[in-house]
Design a binder for this molecule. Sequence first.
Ligand SMILES: *[C@@H]1O[C@H](CO)[C@@H](O)[C@H](O)[C@H]1NC(C)=O
Ligand SMILES: *[C@@H]1O[C@H](CO)[C@@H](O)[C@H](O)[C@H]1NC(C)=O
Ligand SMILES: *[C@@H]1O[C@H](CO)[C@@H](O)[C@H](O)[C@H]1NC(C)=O
Length: 820
Amino acid sequence: MVTRKRVVQSYGFVFFFVVVQSAHGDLSYSVQEELKRGSVIGNIAKDLGLEVGRLSARKARVDMEGNDGQYCGINLRNGDLIVAERIDREEHCGEKPSCVLKFDLLLENPLELHRLSLQVQDINDNAPFFPKDFIKLEITESAVKGARYRINAAHDADINKNSVESYILQQNPHFVFSSQTTSAGSKYGELVIDKELDREEQQEMKLLLTAVDGGSPQRSGTVVIHIIVLDANDNAPVFTEAVYKATLPENSAINTLVITVSASDADEGVNGEVTYEFSRLSDKSRKMFSLNEKTGEIIVTGNIDYEEGSKYEVIVQAKDGYGLSSEAKVIIDITDVNDNAPMVYLKSLTSPIPENVSPGTEVGIINVQDRDSETNRQVRCSIQQHVPFKLVPSIKNYYSLVTTGQLDRELESDYNITITATDEGSPPLSSSKTVQLSVADINDNPPVFEEQSYSAYVTENNKPGSTLCSVTARDPDWRQNGTVVYSLLPGEVNGAPVSSYLSVNGDTGVIQAVRSFDYEKFRSFKVHVMARDNGSPPLSSNVTVSVFVSDVNDNSPQILYPAPEGNSFMTELVPKAAHGGSLVSKVIAVDADSGQNAWLSYHIVKSTDPGLFTIGLHSGEIRTQRDIFESDSMKQNLIVSVKDNGQPSLSATCSMYLLISDNLAEVPELKDISYDEKNSKLTSYLIIALVSVSTFFLTFIIIILGVRFCRRRKPRLLFDGAVAIPSAYLPPNYADVDGTGTLRSTYNYDAYLTTGSRTSDFKFVSSYNDNTLPADQTLRKSPSDFADAFGDCDDSPEVGTCSHISFDMCSYLFRQVYKL
Ligand SMILES: *[C@@H]1O[C@H](CO)[C@@H](O)[C@H](O)[C@H]1NC(C)=O
Ligand SMILES: *[C@@H]1O[C@H](CO)[C@@H](O)[C@H](O)[C@H]1NC(C)=O
Ligand SMILES: *[C@@H]1O[C@H](CO)[C@@H](O)[C@H](O)[C@H]1NC(C)=O
């Protein structure tokens, strides 16, 4: 039979914090004692309206109050409350008419407590028994009909119907049995004489008395009453009180006097000698008390524990010499002493807890119990300071351990929480328990670069694969949540993907060049490197890496004017009247490098007349050093070297051809030139004499030229003072012309660029440039071409072994031809 009632009760607890919380409904079941394990008592899920499937998740369980015994259990599959251990009603409740065991039914998430009371019903599992199986009774033969002799009652551990119901006395001619109840409520029996005894007829007799209980099946116990018929009669002892009451603090020492019982007998001599003994005593009591047979003192012989039993009832018997006896009850109340420290039980713990749980999350359930009673069992519970946890009193003596703030595994990953419980006894007792809680990681920290931005410096012409720099990001999270992987963020540098410039090692953050950089193409660029952790979802951050390419002296100076030696032949006119210091020409050179590497210096390494011309060290301007004399050679060669300032420095050389003459128109006049050159006085007759020679030469030259023209269609350029440098000739993106200038690619070159001479009167020979010759060929004339034209003239410009006269004559004659 299972009955259920729902009671809503409020429990107010005066704890450290006063919180009144109402428990949920109470459940009440009733169960027969001694049921087999696994027997179903009731269905909790149904009675509480809980989902069966949630029982397991909510860790439903049953705890017995203040006891380690686990008499009940829950079948989590179907919610049945089942018997987990043999329940013996007599063990728990003794003679109490009602036997209720109290349990806590605990559910978590959220914490829910139901009180569960289990009414244990008696079954007839104990037979009645007599304190002794042999009773000796001495009765005088003079006893009259109706005389009564007390017999100690039989006892049955069961209660109500299952306890002793009736007595059956063996059939005999003299006695009948009568049941009686004392004023204290205890039962006893009496033998009543039905027919007088006659000692001479029968000296003694043995009668069997049977006590039966009312259970089903019926159980019984027997005692043999041995009656000896005597000659005389006497009085039974009488106790001074029917019920003795004593109080005894628990833990009383051995031999402590509890109480003294006393009975008096009206008889004298042997008949008045009273002895005491326990007539009925539970096994438990037998271990704790003893009765002095002579004095009636009850003393402590065992360990009195309030928690084991708070009240003892014993029946003492006083007997006189002839075996007449009477009984009295002794009730010993044990008083509580604060001898039990509170116990802290950890009923449930969530560990590890994720670090991102919100404040107020319940992480554990604590139960405190104190086996003492009254104020001795009132318990205050607290935890140590400086932890982000607190205890919240919950239902009854349960506490929730909840978080009070945000947890951060990166700051503190483990907590040892000490829970201290102190009772209110005097002196108070306390105990503590340490709960270890660990905090689980959540990917809540992105990787952070050690620096705000990184710069890498690399010299140009680096080897592909060379290391530029390395980036490092830190992530304090745990394991993969803190494992950093580096990568390049996609982007473009000069129109090409960044990955074609750099690569980053995903594990180490080392950045390597993928290609060789050219300072002349780009000087710096930026890339973004991302650090990402391996969490899910991953967190990332990025950083800018600036790469600066530095220059190395890998470009030699490039001479724009005059064109480099060996390829071209260029001539400048120098007026004969030029004074010292006049600007004659200028060497123009550029260097694709920058800084020192492009800082150019100019030197004349060889010249026809070392004292005549100087060159500006950094300007490249060629000036006369002194006035020009008539005696100076008309043709001057300079070899100019242009060096940059790099380490090591690079250089280029060019040749500069200078012709000392007043103007181009004058040049063809052989007379003038020879006059200038030779500085001698030629008479007109010499000229006339030469006319005839020239006639001969003329015809000779015409023949040679005729042959030449036929063989070569390329026109000759002679004494070409006018130079055109088309802008397309310049290399692109030249930044500096020389160490001082700022010649840009947009510099507009024109015909005058090539000569720095103010005084020269240059004429542009448009017919050669525009029509006959490709632009670049204007600048490139190999000396051999001249040699062809001059016949035996030595083509080495700086050596100049050709004699002046023949040179003059050649020039003159050639000019004549040219005019034609
Ligand atoms: C917690 O206690 C354990 C064992 O006593 C110890 O190893 C650990 O270091 C303690 N942790 C903290 C955070 O105090
Ligand atoms: C990483 O973080 C995630 C949540 O962000 C968590 O679920 C996981 O357990 C963490 N991993 C480790 C190894 O702690
Ligand atoms: C790089 O990080 C900055 C902030 O640090 C953010 O604003 C930006 O969007 C990120 N860039 C990329 C490509 O993730």
